[in-house]
Design a protein around this ligand. Structure first.
Ligand code: NAD
Length: 335
């Protein structure tokens, strides 16, 4: 079966890491076809808008997109393109694996192999109810948790555990203090967990989770949590395993799925050909899993690990002297 993928080359280092990623995917000969679509600063210059309707149509049609980082211009009333994509396609699950890799500047060269699943549409990140009093002395914001939102994210976590053979789901919350919002999330999570007796479930308060992650990350398998906690924890996890250059993320929704690097468009190194393509490549591996090609996803991950292990072509952020394309070619050669 052939798959058509919407490819968004993005801004800054985006085109460079996308070229590298497509080079590796092409070497795998998976029969993928690509449909280019514009978004970000590049789209603003070309079409006068950050997220053209044609791009949304392409994602709607193909239901799958591989996306490089986008620059959202500061000021001028532009809202975040990533937030808009999340809204358009109800991308409720943000799925961020963190795995130890060899030869990184990480504190954990092995032992970390976990996935953070962050609820992506509600919680503290709703735009309503954000107010500062007229005298500027008091600010209030609303957190909204729903049964539906909690149920589907926790269910996603348990289903993923079943599908991937993972054994344990840790439900992360702060229900001892945030009794209504985190309390509802925990209540629903317990109900859903009871439907999966084959998967171990445990509960952990978010502050303790942060300490445990730094002390003993090997105890975690899948973490599922609300929006704000997931945002923080997933970055903490990226830090455990070597930083942004190795951190992929998937945004999974009811209507589409978008795969991307966690890092931004890195304007400081754009155009120099030294960006690390691994985060986008690892996102492409997540995409292959999503396309029900798990063996190909594993093949890609193994080639990345073997290349890091051999320090072949690796980019300066990992202490190497290589460049983006040399790194990609070294990975392609190990497929
Ligand atoms: P950034 O992630 O772009 O860069 C932070 C630091 O990490 C920089 O020093 C950069 O050089 C380095 N870095 C990032 N990716 C790298 C890679 N692949 N290889 C080597 N080094 C890498 O964060 P920022 O500077 O805060 O943001 C820059 C722009 O990116 C902003 O316009 C922001 O809005 C945008 N952004 C987009 C996304 C997205 O589209 N998903 C995410 C975050 C930031």
């Amino acid at each position: 079966m052939t798959h058509t993928i919407t490819v968004i080359r993005g801004d800054g280092i985006g085109p460079e890491i996308m070229d590298a990623t497509l080079h590796v995917l092409d070497a795998m000969q998976l029969g993928l076809t690509y449909e280019d679509a514009d978004a970000g600063l590049m789209a603003l210059e070309k079409h006068g808008e950050l997220l053209p309707a044609a791009t949304l149509e392409s994602i709607r049609r193909n239901k799958i997109a591989l996306k490089s980082p986008l620059t959202t211009p500061v000021g001028g009333g532009f809202s975040s393109i990533n937030v808009e994509l999340r809204r358009q396609f109800d991308l409720y699950a943000n799925v961020r694996p963190a795995t130890s890799f060899p030869n990184t500047r990480s504190r954990f060269a092995d032992g970390v192999n976990l996935i953070t699943i962050r609820e992506n549409t509600e919680g503290s990140y709703i735009s309503e109810g954000q107010e500062t009093s007229a005298d500027g002395e008091t600010a209030v914001s609303i957190t909204r948790i729903t049964r539906k939102g909690s149920d589907r994210i926790v269910r996603y976590a348990f289903e993923l555990a079943r599908k991937t053979g993972r054994k344990k789901v840790t439900i992360v919350h702060k229900a001892n203090i945030l009794k209504s919002t985190s309390g509802l999330f925990l209540k629903v999570a317990r109900e859903v967990a009871a439907e999966y007796p084959d998967i171990e479930a445990n509960e952990m308060i978010v502050d303790n989770t942060c300490m445990q992650l730094v002390m003993r990350p090997e105890q975690f398998d899948i973490i599922v949590t609300t929006n704000l906690f997931g945002d923080i924890i997933s970055d903490l996890c990226a830090g455990l395993v070597g930083g942004l250059g190795l951190a992929p993320g998937a945004n999974i929704g009811t209507d589409a799925a978008i795969f991307e690097a966690v890092h931004g468009s890195a304007p400081d190194i754009a155009g120099k050909g030294v960006a690390n393509p691994c985060a986008l490549l690892l996102a492409a591996a997540q995409m292959l899993d999503h396309l029900a090609l798990p063996e190909q996803a594993e093949r890609l991950r193994k080639a990345i690990v073997a290349t890091l292990d051999a320090k072949d072509g690796v980019t300066p952020d990992l202490g190497g002297t290589g460049n983006t394309m040399a790194f990609a070619k070294a990975i392609a050669a190990r497929l």
